[in-house]
Design a protein around this ligand. Structure first.
Ligand SMILES: *[C@@H]1O[C@H](CO)[C@@H](O)[C@H](O)[C@H]1NC(C)=O
Ligand SMILES: *[C@@H]1O[C@H](CO)[C@@H](O)[C@H](O)[C@H]1NC(C)=O
Ligand SMILES: *[C@@H]1O[C@H](CO)[C@@H](O)[C@H](O)[C@H]1NC(C)=O
Length: 320
């Protein structure tokens, strides 16, 4: 299976206004990120997503809330090295993990964190922001301070850095150096071909759920993009881009080229189109097509270069 980077794996779940008395069948859907997933990584990602969706569904089956289900499902993937969230997050140029997460309820309550460090479950911290503060988003040292105040345990510095994330950053840096050598218009902060960003792609994670009471919830968690500049904030932490939920309409969690998704407020755009009558599928397709036609970074591109760079990374891989 090969899911090309930029074709967003996107989940949306739609319900009518839940005022009728019939019992609603609980549902949880998860995604493990979009990207050019090498065949050898597919089994671990599938296994991780199955475990995740089971954890979420176990909560719903036991009569739990959609919020608990989304949190449980995302935590499983944050613990799993196969995904770009929590342990296994990709690294910034300094070789550090800086993570983002957000969560939103059908009544428009929302919480998010950005650039948090040394927290195993950023999704749980985003939930605490929503539940325990009058604010929507905490970032950087303030987010970590809030975690401490809430008794959220921190893990030792560096312990979220996985071997494959280290390897990916190494490849990223070598390819960037090689590109700068061969093309002098390219600088250290130039964007890089998608195949290089995540060699052995790991993927942002997300979940949407509806519980037996008809409550909708969406959540998303990520380590960002491989080789990102220090302090970069991702779409995943932005309510309206990475996550959106409206109890009258639906719940959306996005993944893909984050700096593009952020420019079109993708999750919110999809909800708005659904609100105006489109199905989840139609709204998602229309918004992604529109985004792709306006901004190029959503479809596979870099044609000539991609081939060259792919060959180069393969050489690195095989010579390692
Ligand atoms: C939304 O729902 C949550 C969970 O039931 C509740 O705690 C919160 O106060 C609600 N927010 C608003 C704005 O009604
Ligand atoms: C690019 O960044 C790396 C560190 O990530 C640094 O070692 C290198 O000197 C930089 N190159 C230039 C030309 O700035
Ligand atoms: C997208 O690509 C087309 C064709 O290569 C180019 O003409 C256009 O300027 C690009 N748009 C952006 C926003 O980069």
């Amino acid at each position: 299976m090969c899911i090309k980077f930029g074709l967003l794996m996107l989940l949306a779940c739609s319900v009518g206004v839940c005022t009728f008395a019939t019992k609603i069948e609980p549902i949880v859907l998860v995604h493990g990120g979009a990207g050019d997933i090498p065949n050898m990584r597919v089994p671990v990602k599938f296994a991780g997503m199955k475990k995740s969706v089971k954890a979420g569904f176990d909560v719903l089956k036991a009569g739990g809330s959609a919020l608990d289900a989304v949190e449980a499902a995302i935590k499983v993937m944050e613990d799993d090295e196969a995904f770009n969230a929590g342990f296994g997050s990709v690294l910034n140029t300094d070789g550090e993990v800086e993570m983002d997460a957000s969560v939103m309820l059908g009544n428009l309550s929302a919480g998010a964190v950005s650039i948090v460090r040394d927290i195993a479950h950023p999704i749980s911290l985003a939930r605490l922001v929503m539940e325990k503060t009058p604010h929507v988003m905490f970032a950087g040292s303030g987010a970590n301070r809030f975690a401490k105040e809430q008794g959220v345990p921190t893990v030792p510095p560096g312990s979220l850095v996985s071997p494959s994330a280290k390897f990916s950053l190494d490849v990223f840096k070598r390819v960037q150096a090689w590109r700068m050598e061969t093309d002098h218009t390219i600088t250290n902060s130039s964007d890089t071909p998608t195949e290089v960003k995540n060699p052995g792609d790991v993927g942002t994670v997300g979940a949407v759920a509806i519980d037996a009471n008809g409550n909708l919830v969406a959540g998303t968690s990520t380590g960002g993009t491989n080789g990102k500049m220090v302090g970069r904030v991702s779409d995943t932490s932005m309510i309206g881009s990475g996550t959106y939920c409206d109890g009258d309409v639906g719940a959306v969690s996005t993944t893909g080229h984050g700096d593009t998704i952020a420019k079109v407020c993708l999750a919110h755009s999809i909800i708005k189109e659904m609100e105006h009558g489109k199905s989840a599928q139609e709204a998602a397709k229309h918004c992604i097509d529109k985004m792709t036609s306006r901004l190029n970074h959503t479809a596979v591109e870099w044609d000539g270069l991609t081939k060259k760079v792919t060959r180069y990374s393969q050489e690195l891989n095989t010579t390692k």
